[in-house]
Design a protein around this ligand. Structure first.
Ligand code: UDP
Length: 461
């Protein structure tokens, strides 16, 4: 029988492309051929990833190269347009491979893209979602779309009366993804998730591949009987526990100066605070000023990734921090860095993170405790997991205006960096989870076993 031929479709953002590439890497390791597809503009940023006899890159335009750059208020329209273009590209790819006598065995796609399931269905090809967030989150959405709306969004879900959904940790109002809050401007994203869940329900055997690992969410992975969540993670780029002889797709999307690594090399072990808010989010000017105040008051060295709010030219005063000179005496500010390399550097003692799922997993894998500073969406749930379930970090509290003040940040940082029983407890938990993550990700570990069982099922059905 010919080797399987898979199609992997990644939504064009770094937090989708990274895990999708690592899934591709695992599929290639089984001897399969893979076609990886994303938009032309996203593919252009993926320099260093080479095609081979079993790996093909196929791209499609989402209009960005032709000048239709999405603004936040046209995001919904942009998503529709991406869906239309992506579906069309997928049809062409499927037909071309069929004409060559190399039909796809299965289509893997990063959530959320229910339209891709429709296309796959038309051609009678199995398809499966790669969920790039924790299992806990998928299940909150699943419960929400299955009659638990009131339990989840009940305003009285405070710390003393959290909602208890079967198989999940107790949830208060601040742990629930912000798309589900009444009046959220991003409610349309939940509509997509709901469609995705509907697609699953119509499946004879609903299954989702999840970028998590068995030891991390053992209860949550089994919470819902009628739904099989298959843990195939951690799917992370070029990390410490990986077999270094296997360099296929082990690259990093980062290209640029690495001066900060030399700077980290000069710092004592576990002494540096790393601060980053991911590839999409930026802080408001007042919040940046408070962050600066908090960092300065610790007196500790820090590496802070500050991204530009957009490519549009900003006023100088918008970008400039009032205490920039003092900041640069104590720490280093960079526009982007190779995050996994930073987190695995021995000098890093703590990560101030927006709790994006990739950042959270990367920190777990490197055994670095976190100050959880969630901004929106899934980050709120991830922060709860970090603080309450895994106990590997502390979550910040905002003031009445929602701003996290410098003093609060200093308090959280000192809880982690200042030694003491709680700090030691968090470091110990982080070390244990690091070991489990490496175990899950190694060749033949739980991620490989679970994926292999899934592939065998596909082949026999
Ligand atoms: N990242 C990076 N360098 C940076 C900031 C972020 O390489 O300076 C990477 C990070 O390692 C992670 C991804 O960007 O893999 C961010 O994904 P995440 O899910 O944490 O957040 P999002 O960007 O989706 O909000």
């Amino acid at each position: 029988m010919a080797n399987p031929n898979f199609l992997v479709v990644a939504f064009p953002s770094q937090s989708h492309i990274n895990p999708a590439l690592q899934l591709t890497r695992r599929l290639l390791r089984t001897g399969a051929s893979v076609t990886f597809t994303t938009t032309t503009s996203a593919h252009r940023r993926m320099r260093g990833f080479q095609a081979s006899d079993r790996l093909t890159f196929a791209t499609y335009s989402d209009g960005v190269e032709e000048g239709s750059k999405p603004s936040s208020n046209s995001l919904e329209h942009h998503m529709d347009e991406t869906a239309r273009r992506c579906s069309e590209a997928l049809r062409q790819l499927i037909e071309a491979s069929r004409d060559k006598g190399q039909s796809f065995t299965c289509i893997f796609y990063t959530a959320v893209a229910p339209w891709l399931a429709d296309v796959a269905h038309c051609y009678d090809i199995p398809s499966v979602v790669l969920w790039i967030q924790p299992a806990t989150l998928f299940e909150i959405y699943y419960y929400y779309s299955n009659g638990y709306v009131d339990n989840i969004t009940n305003e009285s879900n405070g710390p003393s009366s959290p909602t208890q959904l079967p198989g999940l940790p107790p949830l208060t109002g601040r742990d629930v993804p912000s798309f589900l809050s009444p009046g959220s401007p991003f409610g349309f994203l939940y509509t997509l998730i709901e469609k995705q869940i509907q697609v699953l329900k119509e499946d004879r055997r609903p299954r989702v591949l999840v970028n998590t690992f068995d030891a991390l969410e053992s209860e949550q992975l089994k919470a819902i009987d009628e739904l099989e969540l298959v843990a195939v993670g951690p799917l992370l780029p070029s990390f410490v526990g990986q077999d270094s002889s296997d360099t296929s797709l082990g690259g990093d999307l980062f290209q640029g100066s690495r001066d900060y690594i030399e700077w980290l090399d000069t710092k004592p072990e576990a002494s540096v605070i790393y601060v980053s808010f991911g590839s999409i989010s930026t802080l408001s000017k007042p919040q940046k000023e408070e962050m600066a105040r908090g960092l300065l008051s610790t007196g500790r060295p820090f590496l802070w990734v500050i991204r530009k709010a957009g490519e549009e030219k900003q006023e100088e005063s918008e970008d400039q921090l009032s205490c920039e000179e003092e900041l640069l005496k104590q720490g280093m500010i960079v526009p982007w860095c190779s995050q996994v390399e930073v987190l695995s550097h021995p000098s890093i003692g703590c990560f101030v993170t927006h709790c994006g799922w990739n950042s959270t997993l990367e920190s777990l894998l490197c055994g670095v405790p976190m100050v959880a500073f969630p901004l929106w969406a899934d980050q709120l749930t991830n922060a709860m997991l970090i603080e309450d379930v895994w106990r590997v970090g502390v979550r910040v509290k905002g003031n009445e205006q929602g701003v996290v003040e410098g003093g609060e940040l200093e308090r959280c940082l000192e809880l982690i960096m200042g030694g003491g029983e709680r700090s030691e407890g968090m470091r110990g938990n982080a070390r244990n989870l690091k070991d489990s993550a490496i175990e899950a990700a190694k060749e033949g570990g739980s991620a490989d076993k679970n994926l292999k069982a899934f592939l065998e099922e596909i082949a026999s059905s």
